[in-house]
Design a binder for this molecule. Structure first.
Ligand code: ATP
Ligand code: MG
Length: 436
């Protein structure tokens, strides 16, 4: 088995080997290469101690970021390569970090500290694949399995629990039985893990090709850090539109959503259970659930340390996801006035994804296509739906004698409606006349 290496990686391996050290590519890049994907980054593991590595790469730019953990980053022809000394981890007393790390000259020891068999493969052109834990078989059989005893490995670093289901989603691999049982058994250890690390893995999980299966099969793991989802599990929706409980519906819509809105879809119906009413015909309604869901989502996203821009966008997306779709250009203008162009585009995206979790997947698609056309026409003709598009400003109104303050805002708002309703042209003189 041969892996095609970037020239820089090949050079780094050769320089280390010529200096008398062992050096291999390791981890995700070996896994992905064997699966036929091109790796995002290439990690190198070596028997050289950090100061020995630095000596080998004298004359190259060296970044000493992770030196405590044995990592030296070397810049080779503009490619940063992380070169890490073979390492064994000491005891883990906090379910997070090893109390100490020590270096070793033995590759197998380094591979044994890695999380899953498919992540514990090493390779170099001279030796070929080094596979001490059956990683190649597991790759072939598409299985995620802990290196060694799963309970022990999850107790050392509980993030591995979430990584197991993340890789299951991203690679589309099943989790081996013992490892899977151990995932459930040890799930509460995830409470010891920093929110940032959880978030990184969650986002990757949501973008995996098998996200629906993983969200459904491993919902109890997701619920450890998003307990707000629990009421949606098996929560029935007796409406003509829905064929799934709220959480199953959610899982389908996450799968269907574009990358930037996966987390929004995960949380979009989170308040449905508490908003449910049932009418005299036995049909359920969930009035107000977009707003309530967006409020909950805000708390959750903040807790998981999402950046502000993502929080804002996600919250708005959820708040507008169930708006009535416009059936005319006029209704489109009114909607744009209320939720803005971003909200309008979010609504289209949300509805497409939402349909994929419904009884009739193609329900309302014509309306959605029309919605896009309305927006295009409105923009092409520069039709006014917002205060900032008015041919008149707050200052103009003040000059015309309207006092600054609340009334001013209301007047501008009223003018936008007058323009949309065709009662007044969007021309300053006409707008002034209209107020009088
Ligand atoms: P990705 O494609 O997402 O980068 P990856 O396998 O490269 O996947 P990384 O988080 O970049 O994942 O880690 C690189 C390697 O380090 C892994 O393949 C694994 O061997 C090891 N590793 C990473 N995190 C852990 C962990 N928490 N416990 C044990 N080994 C780990
Ligand atoms: Mg990686």
């Amino acid at each position: 088995m041969e892996i095609r290496l970037p020239v820089q990686v090949d050079k780094a391996l050769r320089l280390l080997s010529q200096a008398g050290f062992e050096a291999f590519i390791v981890g995700g890049c070996v896994r992905d290469s064997l699966l036929g994907f091109s790796p995002s980054d290439w990690d190198i593991t070596t028997s050289a101690l950090p100061e020995e590595t630095e000596k080998v790469f004298e004359g190259f730019r060296i970044i000493e970021t992770g030196i405590k953990h044995g990592t030296v980053t070397v810049l080779i022809d503009k490619m940063p390569l992380e070169i890490t000394t073979y390492r064994v981890d000491g005891a883990y007393s906090d379910n997070r970090h090893p109390d100490s790390v020590s270096f070793t000259r033995n590759l197998k020891d380094d591979l044994s500290r890695r999380d899953f068999t498919v992540n514990a493969l090493a390779y170099n052109p001279e030796t070929g694949i080094v596979d001490c834990f059956g990683g190649q078989d597991d790759l072939k059989n598409r299985i995620i399995r802990c290196v060694g005893n799963a309970d022990e490995r999850f107790n050392e670093d509980a993030l591995r629990i979430l990584r197991a289901i993340r890789f299951s989603s991203v690679l589309g691999f099943k989790i081996e039985n013992k490892t899977s049982e151990s995932v459930f058994k040890n799930k509460l250890l995830l409470n010891n893990i920093a929110a940032e690390r959880i978030r990184v893995e969650l986002v990757k999980l949501l973008n995996g090709k098998d996200v629906k299966r993983v969200l459904l099969d491993y919902r109890d793991i997701i619920a450890v850090f998003i307990p707000e989802l629990i009421p949606t599990f098996d929560f029935p929706q007796n409406t003509p539109y829905h064929c799934f409980d709220v959480y199953t519906h959610t899982a389908y819509t996450v799968e269907a959503a574009p990358e930037e809105f996966k987390v929004a879809m995960l949380l979009h119906d989170i308040a449905k259970p508490e908003c449910k009413t049932t009418d005299e015909n036995g049909i359920d309604h969930f009035k107000g659930h977009p707003r309530e869901s967006s409020l909950k989502a805000f708390e959750i996203l903040r807790r998981l340390r999402f950046d502000n821009a993502t929080v804002d966008k996600t919250v708005k997306f959820i708040a507008v996801h169930d708006e009535m779709l416009p059936r005319s250009q006029y209704e489109a203008l009114k909607l744009l006035k209320r939720i803005g162009e971003d909200g309008y585009v979010y609504l289209i995206t949300a509805k497409y994804a939402d349909n994929q979790g419904k009884a009739d997947k193609h329900n309302g698609e014509e309306l959605l296509e029309n919605m896009k056309v309305y927006l295009q026409e409105i923009k092409e003709n520069n039709l006014c739906y917002s205060v900032k598009q008015l041919d008149i400003s707050g200052n103009d109104l003040i000059k015309a004698g309207i006092p600054a303050g609340k009334q001013l805002g209301q007047t501008l708002d009223m003018l936008v409606d007058a323009v949309i309703d065709g009662k007044c042209e969007n021309i300053k003189s006409e707008l002034l006349k209209y107020i009088r």
